[in-house]
Design a protein around this ligand. Structure first.
Ligand SMILES: Nc1ncnc2c1ncn2[C@@H]1O[C@H](COP(=O)(O)OP(=O)(O)O)[C@@H](O)[C@H]1O
Ligand SMILES: [Mg+2]
Length: 250
């Protein structure tokens, strides 16, 4: 009897992505299809970034992954489970954290109340998670009694990301987390996002700061008119002459 080590290895199969929206087609209500067969995926341990022109359907793709849009064709699979027909709330319960592009905080509530709201589905003790979030974003601890609407743009984005982390998500989706912040604040936010990803949470994010976002991306998607125009590693896309010319300003 030979040892297992000398046996031929099992046929390797590509690991399934942790989250995938596959061949998604659909739009809003009875309107025209915005998504035209687009596929977006994020693997375990990965930061995936979606870039593309305004109106390309980046936010629509995120909403479709989160269940805010009825797909006409295609499917969404989370950790091997088809979740295409689940409501957004049911997806949160399954481990999806989502920070939408707009209205992602409650401005009249305090920072701490915003974090508590993020955990609306949890019945256990929130304190440890809140401490982790204050560790990640120390300024939020200092400002925890202030109305979130009084904070700077970068601080409000920290509140929004912190709120999503309160559910202890197994995947985090961020739609333009650095919108409207200075380059320095953008760099800091990216550093924090990398830190979150290192805790083992795969991250899928839409970014208008395409070049900087692709620098930190394991995988990048260029979305155009609701479809996949280019897909590759962040470095591949940054080096691609056509991507550079058309989407990165040369
Ligand atoms: N709530 C909505 N109802 C109808 N059409 C929408 C809605 N939101 C976005 N759209 C349309 O979908 C298209 C893609 O928008 P969006 O996904 O927001 O693009 P991006 O995030 O890439 O800038 C646009 O033509 C936009 O006008
Ligand atoms: Mg958008």
């Amino acid at each position: 009897m030979t040892e297992n080590a000398t046996m031929p290895a099992a046929t390797p199969s590509a690991p399934a992505p942790f989250l995938i929206g596959e061949a998604m087609t659909g739009g809003y209500g009875r309107g025209a299809d915005i998504l035209q067969g687009c596929t977006i995926a994020v693997e375990r341990g990965e930061i995936a970034v979606i870039v593309g022109p305004n109106g390309a359907g980046k936010s629509t793709a995120m909403k479709a992954l989160f269940g805010m849009l009825t797909l006409r064709t295609g499917r969404v699979v989370l950790d091997g489970e088809d979740i295409t027909t689940l409501s957004p709330q049911a997806r949160v319960a399954k481990g999806m954290g989502f920070v939408p592009q707009t209205r992602n905080i409650f401005p009249s509530m305090t920072v701490e109340e915003n974090l508590e709201m993020g955990a609306f589905l949890r019945r256990d003790d929130l304190r440890a998670t809140m401490e982790q979030i204050y560790g990640l974003f120390p300024i939020l601890r200092d400002k925890r009694r202030q109305a979130a609407g009084e904070l700077s743009g970068g601080q409000r984005q920290q509140v929004a990301v912190g709120r999503a982390l309160m559910t202890k998500p197994s995947v985090l989706m961020l739609d333009e987390p650095t919108a409207g912040v200075s380059p320095i604040v953008m760099d800091e936010l990216f550093d924090r996002i990398i830190e979150v990803s290192r805790t083992g949470i795969p991250i899928l994010m839409v970014e208008q700061n395409a070049r900087q976002a692709l620098e930190i991306a394991d995988k990048g998607y260029v979305l155009v008119q609701g479809g996949n125009a280019f897909t590759g590693t962040g470095q591949d896309l940054l080096a691609d002459p056509q991507v550079r010319r058309s989407f990165l300003g040369g």
